[in-house]
Ligand binder design. Structure first.
Ligand code: URA
Length: 241
């Protein structure tokens, strides 16, 4: 792919286009070993060697991160008041990263961050019914009747009931623990499903989205890049759906 030098460096998260233009003019950038002074220089992303302040900068078209979202941060790219999930990615990151879908501020767990709009679209499309698996702690006794209701689909106040969902009860008592698999992603869906059967979600964590499972070694707030295999599986699932 051929792109301008300043866009190349901005895409790779080295600064805004205007900051980068200044750096290029200062002589901080070289192309194939030769100092570059024109931001509009055309770069072949597959073959040219770019360095910024002496460090090689390879061009990566797409980046994929798995974040164990902690409670207290919002699933947005910017926010005037709240910490965003993007701010948790501390290393230099590719421009254009965004969270694929939203988890509520108080929800923890698996969140995919990428700049791959095509994949995000396929994973979020209501027509594709990508599975999402959650662990939840419920204030109240979850019963076999709840399991049956969820398996039929419940009325959560939208124009149509939810799709059938699989509810596995891990423990049931004054407080219950469950695993819930849903096949759509409506606003506050899990909380509203339990509300519809007279119960309250007091803790919610996403464990899985499509073929991607939360890496158990990631503590809340920690993240890692997806492996090539994880990316390949997600992308091929997205293509098949
Ligand atoms: N369902 C909810 O109610 N909240 C979330 O964050 C995700 C699914």
């Amino acid at each position: 792919m051929m792109i301008r030098l300043d866009k190349y460096l901005a895409d790779m998260g080295l600064g805004t286009r205007s900051e980068i233009k200044k750096e290029i003019r200062k002589g901080s950038v070289s192309v194939n070993g030769v100092s570059a002074c024109r931001p509009e220089t055309k770069i072949d992303t597959d073959h040219d060697e770019i360095t910024f302040r002496g460090e090689s900068v390879a061009y990566v078209k797409y980046e994929y991160y798995m974040l164990n979202k902690p409670a207290g941060v919002v699933s947005a790219t910017t926010d005037r008041q709240e910490t965003t999930v993007l701010e948790l990615i501390k290393e230099r990151k590719r421009d254009g990263l965004f969270p694929v879908g939203r988890l509520d501020k108080d929800t923890e767990g698996l969140l995919l961050l990428t700049n791959d709009g095509g994949l995000a679209h396929r994973l979020l499309s209501p027509k594709k019914h990508v599975d999402k698996v959650y662990f939840a702690r419920i204030n109240g006794r979850v019963t076999g009747t709840d399991v049956e209701n969820f398996a039929r689909g419940v009325d959560i106040g939208d124009d149509r009931p939810t799709l059938p969902a699989e509810l596995d009860v891990c423990s049931s008592g004054e407080y219950s623990e469950v695993r819930l698999t849903i096949h759509e992603g409506r606003f506050h869906q899990v909380k509203r499903m339990f509300q519809a059967v007279g119960k309250e979600v007091i803790y919610l964590k996403r464990l899985q989205m499509g073929t991607l499972s939360l890496d158990k070694s990631l503590k809340p707030g920690e993240y890692r890049r997806l492996t090539e295999e994880e990316v390949e599986r997600l992308c091929s699932q997205g293509r098949k759906l």
